[in-house]
Design a protein around this ligand. Structure first.
Ligand SMILES: *[C@@H]1O[C@H](CO)[C@@H](O)[C@H](O)[C@H]1NC(C)=O
Ligand SMILES: *[C@@H]1O[C@H](CO)[C@@H](O)[C@H](O)[C@H]1NC(C)=O
Ligand SMILES: *[C@@H]1O[C@H](CO)[C@@H](O)[C@H](O)[C@H]1NC(C)=O
Ligand SMILES: *[C@@H]1O[C@H](CO)[C@@H](O)[C@H](O)[C@H]1NC(C)=O
Ligand SMILES: *[C@@H]1O[C@H](CO)[C@@H](O)[C@H](O)[C@H]1NC(C)=O
Ligand SMILES: *[C@@H]1O[C@H](CO)[C@@H](O)[C@H](O)[C@H]1NC(C)=O
Ligand SMILES: *[C@@H]1O[C@H](CO)[C@@H](O)[C@H](O)[C@H]1NC(C)=O
Ligand SMILES: *[C@@H]1O[C@H](CO)[C@@H](O)[C@H](O)[C@H]1NC(C)=O
Ligand SMILES: *[C@@H]1O[C@H](CO)[C@@H](O)[C@H](O)[C@H]1NC(C)=O
Ligand SMILES: *[C@@H]1O[C@H](CO)[C@@H](O)[C@H](O)[C@H]1NC(C)=O
Ligand SMILES: *[C@@H]1O[C@H](CO)[C@@H](O)[C@H](O)[C@H]1NC(C)=O
Ligand SMILES: *[C@@H]1O[C@H](CO)[C@@H](O)[C@H](O)[C@H]1NC(C)=O
Length: 766
């Protein structure tokens, strides 16, 4: 106990030490953060800054190029986003981040980020507006959940970290977003109306800032902030995040881009973030407040030369801080090596610069890997069906497309065509779109299948002149759900759910689509439902129908969507996707809805998604982590390597990514997984930990996963490394990550509710 209070006191000193001179909080080199492998970038940036006039400094932080005695710097091109370059010809349309997270596959996530990054690099872009860690999906109605990696901080953190690393490997600067607690669209720019105007795409070299009227304020307690929302940004900081986008919304009633607690204390000091903070569109609202509270790059209109010079001359903005802003704008540039002169120049959007390489393969593979098989009563994989009927607007192309300016003011709730990309900042530039209709047709040609379709969610039957007598036993039949469902070997029903930037979801299921499924199923004893959705999509309206024999469920898959889906339907790919959110039986089972008040209190704390369902014994339809395979797996041989005695608080240096030893592996858990079926397949064993009561944690939390490919009849070992941070909780008194002494429960299973093996280990602290 004595030792404990000593360490806690030391931790307090470390943090308050950094903030004792409020004018130096968050300044590089004044903040006590060891820059590690960012140090060479700091040296280069400092040397460059030393050669700039004040006017040049002001130009640089507002997005202009400068020529100085020490060379020239061309303004950074910043562009959306994780799904590929927006608004460009000859680029790839990748799957959205939530689809990637559904792969639970570290290599897939990294490889795709590297591919996306290489397209940015080769198009002359320097900053990707991504990874998109958040919105996390606090509420299933959140309009932009599809853009992020989901509500589990560990999985989200892994994906955010790997995406950051992939962008760095490609030579571009990762600009993580949105910082922070930005979890819904309603009232995001102004109260009394949810849908803020959005002056076009951010574009090249544009400074994405403008004044908006007051948005809602997200208010989360310190523990929730750290354990849920800040957690994935640690992973980004650790892996090379060079920019951070501050959100449009407020936190604790202060705008995110003017919030010193968020930007100076948490981001730049606690996480040791060395890069620049730039505002989302309409997120900068002031000159002085933004400049002194942590924004580093902003609007040339708001940060006009005259305003900035007045602030410098009257002492409200120090030269030290201005230099810090400029340096931070250069850190990522030098860190990823963009100063080597090798990057191609940017050219017009429609210039023939083809940067796609073999990325269509990655997109197809990752799309297939991401689809989760929720239910399968021996319906899949398909095997040369003789008669196949296909239903739903989502099976085929939209009437005009695929590229268009998709309205960010809440498109949806469904899309009248195949949905494979997002809206607003998440809208990809398709070179083409492979719909399920195209892929199924190719397959029908190959297999000799007879294929019929009604690609409409509300079709009520065509009037027919009936020259030939009608009979469901002949092809002379009026197209209707019932008629085409009758006598089919398999009925495929395609559903989507659409929302996006600018508005939240209005529904978690759709009556027209659900009527279609039930009508088909009433007449077809082998009804397979395929869903691509922007967030939780309920299935209880038909899941217990005897004739719904299989459900394949996923996010938005990009240009190869139809191929990815068909690869799984026909068994060319054995499904291994896993849910990243809980599918409830009823929407009333979810604990967090959209907030309509000016103050949005995150009173649920850390209890998002399965953490809430577990704590309140709510039975989900399909739990977080669920997904079936065409083969079966068994688990055995749980082995725990428990940590040796740990210091209660981290004892290492403060560095980029926080205290260095938060990242140390301190123990591990391993299991043997056997493929007990007759097909090769991939399983995703998941490690959930229960903490000692004193840590005040949810019942169980994901703290490890591994996607492993296992040949039929073979066995493979999965090992989950536990880092200090995986065993830590945020102590609000110590203002520090601490390790609780006591017994930890270990569960390994195939989902958060399918726990196959369990054990315990104890932790002693010194
Ligand atoms: C605070 O930081 C400023 C800028 O570096 C420096 O000039 C000043 O002396 C510092 N004050 C204290 C009390 O350390
Ligand atoms: C940059 O310019 C400053 C001032 O002109 C000079 O002192 C410094 O040595 C220069 N640095 C480099 C790397 O040229
Ligand atoms: C938030 O937006 C909704 C929908 O536009 C509106 O009805 C509500 O009044 C807004 N809330 C406040 C506090 O203005
Ligand atoms: C917001 O206010 C709450 C309650 O005072 C506090 O616990 C929390 O740390 C604050 N959040 C931030 C980001 O400053
Ligand atoms: C300094 O100038 C800025 C910009 O005009 C202004 O916002 C601020 O209030 C001034 N501060 C002082 C101390 O005069
Ligand atoms: C779908 O069918 C309905 C009813 O037959 C019709 O009104 C509607 O225009 C069709 N939608 C499309 C996109 O073709
Ligand atoms: C399902 O329907 C098909 C076609 O109508 C029929 O051939 C088959 O026997 C049915 N299967 C079952 C299990 O009822
Ligand atoms: C299932 O489909 C068959 C047609 O294949 C139909 O006869 C039966 O009534 C359907 N079952 C249900 C429960 O609707
Ligand atoms: C969901 O629960 C509400 C309230 O209990 C109920 O009215 C509704 O019918 C349920 N919906 C479904 C799809 O079961
Ligand atoms: C949010 O929390 C504050 C502080 O506890 C409280 O005053 C306010 O009424 C709450 N707002 C809402 C909408 O619940
Ligand atoms: C902390 O940093 C100092 C100075 O760079 C170094 O000497 C020391 O070894 C580091 N400590 C640890 C635990 O890494
Ligand atoms: C742990 O596993 C055993 C079987 O090995 C089982 O009986 C027990 O219920 C499990 N405990 C928990 C808490 O899941």
């Amino acid at each position: 106990m004595k030792v404990l209070s000593f360490i806690v006191a030391a931790a307090l000193v470390a943090v308050t030490g950094a903030s004792s001179n409020s004018s130096t909080l968050g300044l590089l080199k004044y903040d006590g953060v060891a820059l590690g492998d960012w140090e060479p970038a700091y040296q280069k940036a400092s040397a460059f800054v030393a050669g700039l006039t004040t006017a040049q400094k002001l130009a640089l932080i507002t997005g202009s190029s400068v020529d100085s005695t020490n060379g020239s710097f061309t303004a950074l091109n910043i562009l959306d986003g994780d799904m590929g370059l927006q608004n460009y010809f000859y680029v790839s349309a990748f799957s959205l981040s939530s689809a990637l997270a559904m792969t639970w596959d570290r290599d897939a996530i990294y490889d795709q980020a590297k591919a996306v990054g290489s397209e940015f690099y080769n198009k002359g872009m320097q900053v990707v507006a991504g990874p998109t860690s958040q919105p996390m999906g606090r509420t299933p109605w959140g309009g932009r959940n599809v853009e992020g990696f989901g509500p589990d901080p560990y999985l989200n953190g892994q994906a955010t970290g790997l995406t950051t690393k992939g962008y760095v490997a490609a030579g571009v600067i990762p600009g993580a977003k949105h910082f922070i607690l930005y979890e819904q669209e309603t009232n995001r720019t102004s109260m009394g109306g949810g849908r803020g105007s959005f002056p076009g795409s951010m574009g090249r070299r544009a400074v994405s800032s403008d004044t908006g009227s007051a948005p809602y304020s997200s208010n989360a307690d310190d523990k929730t902030l750290h354990e849920t929302y800040l957690w994935p940004f640690y992973d980004a900081a650790k892996n090379g995040m060079g920019a951070v986008m501050c959100a449009m919304t407020k936190v604790n009633d202060t705008r995110s881009c003017e919030n010193s607690d968020l930007l100076l204390k948490h981001l730049k000091t606690e996480l040791g973030f060395p890069g620049f903070v730039w505002p989302d569109t309409m997120a900068q609202n002031s000159a002085l407040e933004s400049a002194i509270n942590g924004e580093d790059y902003g609007s040339s209109r708001i940060w006009s030369t005259s305003t900035m010079e007045t602030m410098l001359s009257n002492g409200s903005l120090t030269e030290t801080r201005l230099n810090d802003m400029v340096t931070r704008n250069l850190m990522g540039y030098y860190y990823v090596g963009l100063d080597n002169g090798l990057q191609p120049e940017s050219e017009a959007e429609d210039a023939y610069v083809n940067v796609r390489g073999n990325h269509s393969k990655i997109i197809r593979q990752n799309g297939a890997k991401s689809m989760a098989l929720l239910k399968n009563n021996n319906a899949l994989p398909l095997n040369k069906p003789r008669v196949m009927s296909v239903f739903g607007a989502h099976a085929g192309p939209v009437m005009g497309g695929p590229n268009q300016g998709m309205n960010i003011d809440g498109a949806g709730p469904t899309y009248q065509g195949h949905l494979a990309s997002g809206t607003g900042s998440a809208q990809a530039s398709y070179p083409y779109l492979v719909t399920p209709y195209v892929s199924l047709t190719n397959k029908a040609v190959e297999d000799g299948t007879m294929m019929r379709w009604i690609m409409n969610d509300t079709y009520t039957g065509a009037s027919s002149s009936k020259l030939i007598p009608e009979s469901t036993d002949s092809t002379a039949v009026t197209p209707s759900y019932a008629n085409y469902a009758t006598n089919a070997d398999v009925c495929l029903v395609f559903l989507n759910a659409l929302s996006g930037e600018g508005a939240d979801r209005t529904e978690l299921y759709n009556d027209d689509q659900d009527t279609m499924v039930n009508t088909v199923a009433d007449n077809c004893n082998n009804t397979v439902v395929v869903i691509n959705t922007v967030g939780p999509r309920l299935v209880d309206q038909w899941i217990e129908h005897d004739n719904v024999t299989a459900v394949l469920y996923g996010s938005l898959l990009g240009q190869e969507s139809g191929n990815s889906i068909i690869d799984v339907l026909y068994g060319d790919v054995n499904p291994s996707g896993r849910l990243i959110h809980t599918i409830a039986k009823n929407e009333t089972d979810y604990n967090v809805g959209i907030c309509y008040t000016a103050q949005c209190n995150f009173t649920e704390g850390v209890y998002l998604d399965y953490r809430y369902f577990d704590a309140h014994n709510v039975t989900p339809r399909y739990p977080f982590g669920h997904g079936l395979s065409y083969t079966t797996f068994s688990y055995s041989g749980l082995t725990i390597k428990k940590p040796s005695t740990l210091s209660k608080a981290p004892a290492g240096n403060r560095t980029v990514g926080g205290y260095a030893d938060l990242w140390d592996n301190v123990g591990s858990v391993s299991v043997e997984v056997s493929n007990t079926g007759s097909l090769d397949g991939a399983e995703v064993p998941q490690l959930y930990l229960g903490f000692p009561a004193s840590a005040n944690q949810p019942v169980r939390q994901l703290r490890g996963f591994e996607r492993i490919e296992i040949a039929a009849g073979k066995q493979e070992k999965a090992t989950f490394e536990l880092r200090r941070r995986d065993l830590s909780y945020w102590d609000v008194t110590a203002q520090q990550w601490l390790v609780a002494e006591g017994t930890y429960e270990v569960y390994v299973g195939a989902s958060s509710r399918d726990l196959r093996l369990n054990g315990t280990f104890t932790v002693e602290t010194s």
